[in-house]
Design a binder for this molecule. Structure first.
Ligand code: GLN
Length: 189
């Protein structure tokens, strides 16, 4: 099994490091050909406007969309979640339109308003997940077929699943807890 991590921008090395601790083979994805033979794909956090520009420059936009639409597991964290959305409340960047959700960028304010919270995640057994939010996005609309799997204490949804697709507003790759990555791997048939 090989998990690909989009490696054009953002905190891809943290995702790769987490996957390595799980003894999973990884592939850094920088060009469309890197998607060949990849069984699951992670879009990391970073800066969504830059990510989107680089996807276009390296001709990755359509291959990523086709990859997801073919039913392959794909997971976006933070800026990656922004990419997964159908629509944004901002007029840029143009998201990949994969999940039936609307996303608001920088929903909790600026860098200074970054925060951490322990959240129960319905698909993960045991203790709550320690979730790190860095200039995090939020969902302003969650459509049909999208399951909320994690919420803040006040009920704000922060993790969702739609069939083969996952999106989280927070960064499991920045903690030592590997359970979210394990869950993602479990989506691979
Ligand atoms: N605020 C960033 C954006 O809009 C996302 C932040 C992150 O990925 N940690 O792209």
């Amino acid at each position: 099994m090989i998990i690909g991590v989009m490696a054009v921008q953002g905190d891809f090395s943290e995702h790769l490091a987490t996957l390595k601790t799980l003894n999973v083979q990884t592939q850094e994805v920088r060009l469309p050909k890197d998607l060949e033979g990849v069984d699951g794909l992670i879009i990391p956090g970073g800066e969504s406007t830059t990510l989107r520009k680089l996807f276009d420059i390296y001709k990755l936009t359509d291959p990523i969309k086709r990859y997801a639409q073919s039913g392959n597991p794909i997971w976006g964290t933070c800026a990656g979640m922004i990419m997964m959305a159908q629509t944004l409340t901002d007029d840029r960047p143009e998201p990949l339109n994969l999940m039936n959700v609307t996303v608001k960028r920088n929903a909790y304010g600026r860098q200074l308003n970054s925060f951490e919270a322990d959240i129960p995640v319905s698909v993960i057994k045991g203790n709550p997940i320690h979730a790190i939010f860095i200039r995090a996005p939020s969902f302003t609309y969650i459509g049909e077929n999208v399951e909320v799997i994690g919420k803040l204490n006040d009920g704000t949804p922060v993790a969702v699943k739609q069939d083969n697709m996952l999106a989280t507003a927070f960064h499991p790759e920045l903690t030592n807890d590997v359970r979210f990555h394990k869950f993602f791997i479990s989506l691979i048939k």
